[in-house]
Design a protein around this ligand. Structure first.
Ligand code: KG4
Ligand code: ZN
Length: 388
């Protein structure tokens, strides 16, 4: 099955071509610089940018994959949650392509796709296959897929060389052969979620943020420090040179028994601290200390609550995805805590932490293979589609 997936839920325009669990192409056009000027995502601008970029992005994905539109067997798009007018662009375009080609269409929940992005990994090249395929030094290793639903035979497509091979791009494929029940942390600019994934396509939300998301907390506290949007990556950099114990900020809901998060109190605490100590912002070392201390508070809550939820649920695996999962200290702390607690950890590849169509395509293919009921072709977007 060769599938085209589109993602336009927020400020990334992305198209991917997926075949038999392999990502043949994943093209992402980010709008970060456009929105940076406004200190956040402006929905109207995002939609206009998606309209401008979607066609070239999709064409580029098809070209990179070496696939023509006529070779597509199915089409997928993010249906929600997300910004309504941004979602509309990719969703309606995908429905139109499916209609024109008379192929199945499936709408995907963006957060559900995040649950599976940690299972998409770079594939190590096999020199032998590379030579056979005529691509020097690299090729795609076929996957063993223990979890492919048995009702349908696995895709007979042969192991084909990815078009990106030999051009310096890592090849990506979903490896569900090692899949095990897990607690999944999704942390982005808009969401903080803990989800119990009991088996493939079977999950239950354990908790979420009751106010600001973790990424929002990075961005808003960074703004208070005068950092550019989005501040998360900047804080990540500056924190490396700072002392995480320099200032003591609250760890909201850390000791509450539930799996929920709250970050607005932490943001307010930073706001008052800076109001009372404005001189700190004149000193680079103090800004680094501030970044390290705020980051430590956010990470401690995320990591401790994730580990606790995993232990309580009795799973032996933790996964994490979403833009904030790019954070190096969060990745390191999750590694350390999982190791200490005997838990396996799967972090989304850094290229797939932020929004991308590859994860939409991989989940769509799993669903189509599992014969999930398909929606009507004129279904609408679901901007507030909460994961259950
Ligand atoms: O998943 P994403 O690209 O978009 C959505 O919000 O859906 O996540 C963006 C968020 C922003 O809040 C950004 O500041 C944060 O992820 N982020 C980071 C890092 N890279 C991105 N936060 C902390 N450290 C990072 N390295
Ligand atoms: Zn996302």
């Amino acid at each position: 099955m060769t599938l085209l997936a589109l993602e336009t839920s927020c400020d990334e325009t992305s198209a991917a071509i997926v075949r038999a669990g392999k990502v043949l192409a994943n093209v992402v056009s980010s709008q970060i610089t456009l929105h940076a000027e406004y200190g956040g995502v402006v929905p109207e601008l995002a939609a206009r940018e998606h309209l401008k970029n979607l066609l070239p992005v999709a064409q580029s994905a098809l070209r990179e994959a070496g696939v023509s539109a006529a070779q597509l067997d199915a089409v997928a798009a993010t249906q929600g949650p997300g910004l309504g007018i941004a979602l509309l662009v990719g969703f309606k375009a995908a429905q139109s392509v499916a209609f024109a080609l008379n192929k199945p269409f499936i709408g995907i929940n963006h957060h559900e796709a995040h649950l599976y992005s940690p299972w998409i990994q770079s594939i190590s090249p096999s020199p032998l296959q590379g030579e056979r395929a005529g691509v020097r030094g690299s090729s795609v290793v076929g996957l063993t897929d223990a979890n492919t639903p048995s009702s349908k035979p696995s895709d007979p497509s042969p192991s084909i060389p990815l078009p990106s091979e030999g051009r310096g791009k890592p090849a990506l494929a979903a490896d569900f052969s090692k899949f095990q029940p897990n607690v999944s942390l999704i942390v982005s600019g808009g969401h903080t979620l803990l989800v119990l994934v009991e088996s493939e396509l079977n999950h239950r939300v354990l908790g979420g943020t009751i106010d600001d998301a973790a990424g929002e907390c990075f961005d808003k506290t960074g703004k208070l420090m005068g950092l550019t949007y989005p501040a998360g990556p900047v804080i990540d950099q500056l924190a490396e040179q700072g002392n995480p114990k320099a200032f003591d900020f609250p760890r909201p809901l850390l000791h509450d028994a539930n799996d929920d998060f709250s970050f607005s109190g932490l943001k307010t605490s930073v706001r008052y601290f800076i109001r009372d100590h404005p001189e700190l912002l004149a000193d680079r070392k103090q800004i680094c200390d501030l970044c390290a201390s705020v980051q430590a508070a956010i990470i401690e809550v995320l990591v401790k609550k994730t580990i606790r939820a995993a232990k309580r649920a009795g799973v032996r695996c933790v996964t994490a995805s979403g833009g904030v999962t790019c954070n190096r200290a969060l990745r390191a702390e999750l590694e350390r805590a999982c190791q200490k607690n005997g838990l396996a950890l799967r972090l989304a590849d850094k290229s797939l932490c932020t929004d991308n169509a590859a994860m939409i395509g991989i989940l769509a293919e799993r669903k189509l293979r599992a014969n999930v009921p398909l929606p009507a072709l004129d279904e609408e977007i679901k901007p507030g589609w909460a994961l259950a």
